[in-house]
Design a protein around this ligand. Structure first.
Ligand SMILES: NC(=O)c1ccc[n+]([C@@H]2O[C@H](COP(=O)([O-])OP(=O)(O)OC[C@H]3O[C@@H](n4cnc5c(N)ncnc54)[C@H](O)[C@@H]3O)[C@@H](O)[C@H]2O)c1
Length: 345
């Protein structure tokens, strides 16, 4: 029997051709993964963050994730690495982050594919936050507040338009006003009234749904006070460190997360607030349980909901698994050898 091992290399162009920017595909996969997580069908390791400034929560970092999916639909293992430097867009005209995934055969652990994950990572993040809105926002929400208009917010916008049907006004703030203008132009086909505003407060204080998706804010730089949170609203804290701890505790009365095992990830707000003794984990609803009807994110129109996504590797791997199979059917990518015969030292 041949012992040669070939690995498929899929570039960003290849994965896009195979459907990586299809928000419906990603929505489908993320929804399944959120359920599989609480059904025990996924082993998702804690997220490791290697930072340039040696601090937890630093914004210049490499995120390293891994998971094994053992579900009725797929059995696959994967590792994702995602380096980020907030200076990249301005300094080098390059994306803040880039992602690579390695897919491994479930039985042997041998690699089958190395692929670009940047597009899938952005979209799965947008979809993750929008699923929070689906279950946590008032369905008749009309005003959206947007802070930060980079790739991840574009992904949030795409996914939000699938789940929220009554949006009429979008107030958009970015520290770079041209970015906000460009964002409004990109999404004008949705038919909302877009207003570029001059501050975070103007964008979110009157919003029914707020997405805060900035870059460069890390542990210790939190700045959003309680006064900017409207009663009855839903807030997706996608960039994680913008809200002051006292705001999270006092301005909101319902809290959610994308995966409950992540509550104790060091350096993230829930973990730090629990450590400080100002918050308790049994107040947090996990989206998979909400989807299964075992819990609720919103219980009344007056609830004010804070939703944190910490980023689930299995959402990338389940989507990339589909992309990998489509790419093979389409004859995309390049095969390279890991070895012709395994060597032993
Ligand atoms: N929760 C998750 O699972 C998850 C996953 C991936 C990325 N993220 C986070 O999403 C954020 C956005 O990522 P991106 O790739 O779109 O970043 P990006 O740097 O490409 O874009 C960010 C945008 O926000 C603007 N901005 C930066 N600071 C701002 C501020 N204080 N107020 C208003 N606007 C501001 C920038 O001008 C830019 O237009 C990052 O913080 C990243 O860590 C979260």
């Amino acid at each position: 029997m041949s012992k040669e091992v070939k690995v498929l290399w899929l570039s960003q162009e290849d994965v896009i051709q195979a459907g990586a920017s299809d928000v419906n595909l990603v929505m489908n996969q993320v929804t399944k993964v959120d359920r599989w997580l609480v059904e025990g069908k996924i082993n998702e390791a804690p997220l490791l963050r290697v930072t340039w400034d040696h601090k937890y929560g630093g914004a210049r970092k490499i995120g390293i994730h891994g998971c094994i999916i053992d579900s009725e639909e797929m059995q696959i293992a994967g590792v994702k690495s995602i380096p980020a430097n907030p200076a990249n867009p301005k300094k080098y005209g390059m994306p803040r982050s880039n992602g690579l995934v390695i897919l491994y055969d479930f039985d042997t652990g041998l690699p089958v594919c190395v692929m670009d994950d940047k597009i899938v990572s952005d979209l799965r993040t947008g979809v993750g936050s929008a699923l929070g809105a689906k279950y946590g926002a008032n369905p008749n929400s009309e005003i959206m507040g947007i802070v930060g208009t980079g790739p991840i917010m574009n992904a949030c916008m795409s996914a939000n338009s699938l789940v929220m049907n009554n949006i009429k006004t979008c107030r958009v703030y970015d520290i770079v006003p041209e970015n906000a203008e460009r964002f409004c132009r990109r999404w004008e086909s949705l038919g909302y009234k877009f207003e570029v505003v001059n501050s975070c407060a103007e964008a979110i204080a009157d919003a029914d749904i707020a997405y805060v998706v900035t870059s460069g804010v890390g542990v210790g730089d939190e700045y959003i006070p309680s006064e900017w949170v409207k009663k009855g609203s839903f807030h997706a804290a996608t960039s994680i460190w913008d809200y002051k701890h006292e705001t999270i505790v006092k301005a909101f009365n319902r809290w959610g997360i994308d995966y409950e095992d992540r509550i104790h990830d060091v350096g993230f707000p829930y973990h730090d607030m629990i450590e400080k003794g100002i918050f308790s984990e049994d107040q947090i609803s996990c989206i998979g349980r909400v989807m299964k009807g075992e819990d609720k994110l919103r219980t009344s129109p007056d609830d004010t909901v804070y939703y944190a996504t910490i980023g689930i590797c299995a959402t990338d791997i389940a989507t990339d698994y589909m992309i990998y199979h489509r790419a093979k059917e389409m004859g995309l990518g390049q095969e390279v050898y890991l070895w012709h015969e395994p060597a032993y030292f």
